[in-house]
Design a protein around this ligand. Structure first.
Ligand code: FE2
Length: 258
């Protein structure tokens, strides 16, 4: 945590035990199996784009599966497992996380979002450079990511890549919802880092990576034969103003800290 202010991220090896990882993984796989057994018909309808927007935009207070482009492989589960599922709840609420949040500048965290990302062997795709602060906007900026490796993650199976110190660069875009339509708007033309500035965060299963919401990061496709499961939590400062046009709204689901 010593270099968090300077680098914009910090790595905690061995943060979660094999037992905790196993429980979360088993639960995520069970949810994915349930989803696959009742395929979401909206992905095959004519107005697919609009329906899948609705499916995503209304998922902030639910547990939903999202699929790869093949339509059958589960890409991720989101976005309120940490409040709605007892096993995810247990994994996500931890006095040590509360302590890390304080050190990351979040004495009063509000946990908005959870995602379980499968990044399946040979199928899991890339996620381009972005800043998480574009997607969960507060005034002032406060979103902080807590990323847990369920598998060993390296550059062959799609580990995180970050730009150390890049959290001091401006917020480049914002994801805004108006009249049920989502749009990524450009705020600042600062280019994304070039690949010489990117550092791979290769970690073992059980590692926690905490990073500032302004830190540019991406992940490459999983070209290996191994899965790269990861679980992320996003917390904001409960005292900051949460943008009413953020995509993620949780009507009827109270916010909690760690
Ligand atoms: Fe991200």
């Amino acid at each position: 945590m010593d270099r968090f202010a300077e680098d914009g991220y910090a790595v905690f090896p061995g943060f979660k035990s094999r037992l905790e990882l196993g429980a979360l993984r088993a639960r995520a796989e069970a949810i994915a199996r349930e989803c696959a057994s009742e395929p979401v018909s909206i992905f095959s309808t004519r107005d697919q784009a609009q329906k899948s927007d609705e499916y995503f935009l209304s998922s902030g207070d639910k547990i939903r599966c999202f699929f790869e482009e093949d339509g059958t492989t589960v890409n991720k589960i989101g976005h309120a497992m940490h409040d709605l599922d007892p096993i995810f709840d247990r994994f996500s609420h931890d006095a040590r996380l509360a302590e890390i949040a304080v050190r990351a500048g979040l004495p009063k965290p509000a946990l908005y979002q959870s995602m379980y990302i499968f990044k399946q062997p040979r199928v899991g795709g890339a996620v381009d450079w972005h800043q998480d602060a574009a997607f969960l906007r507060t005034d002032p900026v406060s979103v902080t990511a807590f990323w847990f490796a369920l598998d060993d993650a390296d550059r062959t199976n799609g580990c995180l890549w970050v730009q150390p110190g890049g959290h001091r660069s401006p917020l480049r875009s914002q994801f805004v919802v108006r009249d049920g339509k989502a749009e990524l708007q450009t705020l600042d033309a600062t280019p994304w880092p070039d690949l010489t500035q990117a550092v791979p965060v290769e970690v073992e299963a059980g590692t926690l990576v905490v990073f500032n919401g302004l830190l540019p990061h991406y992940s490459a496709p999983n070209t290996s034969e191994r899965p790269r499961h990861a679980y992320t939590l996003h917390a904001v400062d409960a005292r900051a103003a949460y943008a009413p046009d953020n995509w993620l709204q949780r009507p009827g689901l109270p916010l909690r800290g760690f």
